[in-house]
Design a protein around this ligand. Structure first.
Ligand SMILES: Cc1cc2nc3c(=O)[nH]c(=O)nc-3n(C[C@H](O)[C@H](O)[C@H](O)COP(=O)(O)OP(=O)(O)OC[C@H]3O[C@@H](n4cnc5c(N)ncnc54)[C@H](O)[C@@H]3O)c2cc1C
Length: 179
């Protein structure tokens, strides 16, 4: 996978497949390490998939007797990750609330009330200042990211920023439905 930040948010959809490959090859043209191999593989690929990074937000997760959970309701962008955790938490709360309410509509409302703030806090992680470690725009951001990864590899205690991410990841206290 090759990802890059651009001011033009429509380049994945306005170009045809050949142009997408050329554009991407140009962006990564001066890259080192494994990048030339990746660009070469891109040129050979017959199953190219190009898209813009998007965060879809839907205003409600249920209607009458149908409720959505996991990616269908709240897929996070790959900038925040957490899709698996959100899906499992959502499924747990949805099942628990269904077991606790006679009317599914009440269960769905409770499920969304409990889960939505947690979901949105996770989806919003990359939109904070310096929040994304994937689509970086400046050399300073790259240096900071590389320093962070090097420190983690050395087993250093995470910096404050990582503490915030961890806080968001753990910000929902799961209800105990066993009682
Ligand atoms: C390349 C990639 C990397 C990812 N990396 C991470 C990561 O590192 N960490 C992380 O937390 N998340 C990651 N995610 C996101 C994570 O995989 C999803 O958020 C998570 O799988 C969502 O779970 P889900 O159960 O909602 O949906 P899914 O896992 O997509 O499950 C939906 C299931 O429904 C089935 N289905 C679809 N239509 C029908 C139908 N009509 N009838 C019957 N079955 C049907 C599908 O076959 C599928 O098995 C990644 C996703 C991708 C694509």
């Amino acid at each position: 996978m090759l990802a890059f930040a651009t001011e033009k948010d429509d380049c994945a959809t306005r170009l045809d497949a050949k142009e997408q490959i050329e554009h991407t090859a140009q962006v990564f043209g001066s890259g080192g390490w494994k990048v030339p191999r990746l660009v070469e593989a891109l040129r050979q690929a017959n199953d190219l998939y190009a898209d813009t990074v998007s965060q879809v937000r839907i205003p409600y997760w249920s209607k009458t007797r149908v409720a959505l959970v996991g990616d269908s309701a709240f897929a996070p962008s790959f900038l925040s990750g957490q899709g698996t955790s959100l899906a499992i938490v959502g499924a747990y709360v949805l099942a628990g609330e269904l077991a606790s309410h006679a009317d599914p509509a009440d269960a769905f409302a409770a499920y969304e009330k409990i889960t939505r703030p947690f979901v949105e806090a996770n989806q919003d992680l990359p939109f904070r200042q310096g929040g994304s470690s994937i689509l970086l725009r400046t050399q300073a951001e790259l240096d900071q990211r590389n320093h962070r990864f090097a420190a983690l590899a050395q087993g250093e205690v995470p910096q404050k920023d990582d503490d915030y991410v961890r806080q968001v990841h753990n910000s929902l206290r799961l209800p105990d439905y066993e009682q």
